[in-house]
Ligand binder design. Structure first.
Ligand code: ADP
Length: 662
């Protein structure tokens, strides 16, 4: 039970809780009085002897409305509508009995009346109770409908307020001895506990309406001042009427007023209506000032968030400034026209100029005239980033330094390019290292090649029998030694070539070259090798115009492509096709071999790449041939590309321009 209440309370607002509590209390009150009528417990029906009783139908009405409040608080719309409608009908039918002086048989339908103190129509619900019951039923009916309109909560709240006011007026009437406040005309009067019960029902209804209104906004409903005004005005009107009608017949002596002043009703009316206005107005003022305070707090919060954000931004700016200042690279900020605005300590170290010497000066003296004037700044203005231009700069003391420069556009909040950030990195150290590496590779290769030549020479001498006759086994071993010496020699050559290509120092001899003849020769050289492996070798070489290039180097390229085609084709065919194309000369080397996956193709022209394929692993190779072939072809101004499907074969296309661009 406690758990159920807790879980209900955690998911519903205070308004719904009030409604549930009031509903339960009203239903319990009604239940007690019904029990009183059934068991002849007069103390339950009549609060004090002589005071008006709570009629059986009224008690029943409390049970119905109490239950409806409970179902409404649990969001059960249909039962709420049914119970609310029933209460409304009972209230309305009773009022009709009064209005048309009719007897619909409602009064003693369920119980025969036996408490008759202050009762003019035995068993009949008093007209003020009937009105209150009808209004409560209507309010509950309104709350049960799913409409999203504001009237869904405003109207029920108003009706609930009137019900509270009717109950309050009756209680005030009892307290002040004004019978007209709890009994209308000469009809039956509302009992004390009926008045209390209606206050509960009215309060529950307003609570529910509040709950519905809060679902749409977090604040108290704007109609609250109206309700307060209406409540006071209704009580006032009841009191004005009661005071105007004077003492009544048939009423207990305790409740009679004695000799009221004739002007009292009008004074009460004026004071009450004024109070209603004041209450409504002061609540409205309070509500407005709360709203103002809330919006003030919200703008305060926004302001303090803004100031935090500004603080954070300032901190970030300081951190960035520290990074820029302590960077080893030269970082230079310029305006759109190239005027230096930022010059960090790295720039001071690299160029030797202090910040004050260069600030406000044009940056063009720094970037090589070629790059600067051609397009660096115009590209940057278009928002492009220019990555790592390698150039030479002059330092303050006249030294020439190799630098790599990256220019990026700087943008304002709107994304408009407002300047450039230039990062210059000193390449001297890198260049020195590269030089050392080249020298090292050169020396090592030379030192390896010299003894290798000697080894090869002596192997040949021994194989030729210059050192005496050889057995077959000795000759075979010497052949193996010779083959391996060749392999070592070509590996050294490949390493040297790759080193030169990487350092962009590959040199080629340029002369008119007959590529058709070169290709015929290469094909002839490899034909025997292909055929010994059982591969068909298709050769179709058109007569080609002579190109400007390095013959031996081109032999190297096509030998590598054809030997690869043979090596990586276990069976099937290989071929070479050369023709004059629009872009120059096109040579296609194809095979029906193992092929290459997309990932392998992406790595194909990188150093030491060899596919993870048993056929590749079993075959000798260094993974340098294609890197060298690409370097040579590009040095001729051409391109090399591959189209390959794993398991189906590869097509290598080499394009060489005519005349070769060198
Ligand atoms: P190598 O053949 O000495 O290994 P390459 O640079 O000539 O070195 O080739 C690199 C790698 O590319 C080879 O190991 C092989 O895996 C792959 N490759 C080259 N040509 C072909 C081809 N025609 N078919 C399939 N794979 C090839």
């Amino acid at each position: 039970m406690t758990w159920a209440f807790r879980s209900y309370a955690s998911t519903h607002s205070v308004g719904a809780l009030i409604a549930a509590a009031s509903g339960a209390s009203a239903a319990a009150l009604g239940g007690l009085v019904v029990a009183g009528w059934l068991t002849v417990a007069v103390a339950l029906i009549q609060v004090l002897p002589g005071l008006p009783p709570m009629q059986y139908n009224t008690a029943l009405g409390f049970m119905i409305c109490g239950a409806a409040l409970l179902t409404a608080a649990l969001d059960l719309r249909r039962p709420t509508a049914l119970l609310g409608g029933l209460a409304m009908i009972i209230g309305f039918a009773t009022l009709c009995q009064y209005l048309f002086q009719a007897d619909l048989g409602l009064d003693d339908l369920l119980v025969e009346t036996y408490v008759l103190a202050g009762v003019s129509s035995p068993g009949r619900m008093p007209p003020n109770s009937a009105t209150a019951l009808m209004l409560t039923g209507a309010a509950l009916l309104g709350l049960s409908c799913g409409s999203a309109k504001p009237c869904r909560h405003l109207l029920p709240a108003l009706l609930g307020t009137i019900v509270i006011a009717l109950g309050t007026a009756a209680l005030v009437g009892y307290a002040a001895g004004v019978p007209g406040a709890y009994g209308w005309g000469h009809f039956n009067s509302m009992s004390v506990h009926t008045a209390l019960g209606f206050m509960l029902l009215g309060g529950g209804t307003v609570g529910l309406a509040w709950n519905t209104a809060q679902g749409e906004s977090a604040e108290a409903p704007p109609w609250l001042p109206v309700l307060a005004g209406v409540a006071v005005a209704t009580v006032t009107l009841c009191m004005w009427y009661a005071l105007g009608t004077g003492p009544r017949l048939n009423l207990p002596a305790v409740a009679q007023s004695s000799g009221a002043h004739p002007g009292l009703p009008n004074v009460t009316l004026a004071a009450g209506l004024l109070t209603a206005l004041l209450v409504g107005w002061s609540l409205r003022v309070e509500q407005t000032s709360r709203q103002r305070a809330r919006s003030l707090a919200a703008s305060n919060l926004a302001l303090s968030e803004q100031s935090h954000a500004r603080q954070r931004a300032e901190e970030t700016v300081h951190q960035l400034a520290a990074i820029v200042e302590h960077s080893n690279d030269a970082i230079i900020g310029t305006s759109l026209d190239g005027t230096v605005e930022i010059w960090n300590a790295g720039a001071e170290r690299l160029y030797g100029y202090a910040q004050g010497e260069v600030r406000g000066r044009d940056v063009s003296w720094l970037l090589s005239r070629r790059h600067f004037e051609e397009d660096v700044f115009s590209r940057m203005k278009r928002g492009e980033r220019i990555e790592q231009i390698e150039t030479v700069n002059l330092t303050k003391d006249g030294r020439r330094i190799d630098v790599s420069i990256t220019v990026s556009p700087m943008r304002d909040r709107t994304g408009k390019v407002t300047g450039a950030s230039i990062i210059a990195r000193d390449l001297s150290e890198r260049r020195q290292l590269e030089q050392m590496k080249d020298d090292f590779v050169g020396t090592v290769s030379h030192e390896l090649r010299t003894p290798l030549t000697a080894i090869k020479g002596f192997i040949e001498l021994v194989a030729d029998g210059d050192a005496g006759p050889l057995s077959d086994a000795q000759r075979e071993f010497l052949q193996i030694a010779s083959r391996n010496t060749d392999r070592l020699g070509s590996l050294i050559n490949d390493l040297l070539d790759v080193n030169q290509i990487e350092a962009q120092r590959l040199e080629i001899r340029v002369e008119p070259t007959d590529l058709s003849a070169i290709l015929e020769d290469v094909a002839a050289t490899f034909r025997a090798m292909a055929e010994s492996k059982g591969l068909a070798f298709g050769v179709r070489i058109d007569r080609l115009p002579s190109l400007m290039g390095d013959g031996p180097r081109l032999v190297q390229v096509f030998s590598n492509l054809i030997s690869n085609a043979i090596k990586y084709t276990p069976e099937g065919e290989i071929g070479i096709r050369a023709r004059l194309a629009q872009s120059g000369i096109e040579v296609l080397v194809h095979d029906s071999g193992i092929g290459l996956s997309k990932d392998e193709q992406a790595l194909l022209f990188t150093k030491f790449f060899r596919a993870r394929n048993p056929i590749v692993t079993e075959t000798g190779g260094t993974g340098l041939g294609l890197v060298i072939a690409k370097g040579i072809v590009e040095k001729h101004g051409g391109t090399i590309e591959v189209v390959s499907v794993p398991g189906e074969g590869s097509h290598f296309r080499v394009q060489l321009p005519l005349p070769a661009k060198l």
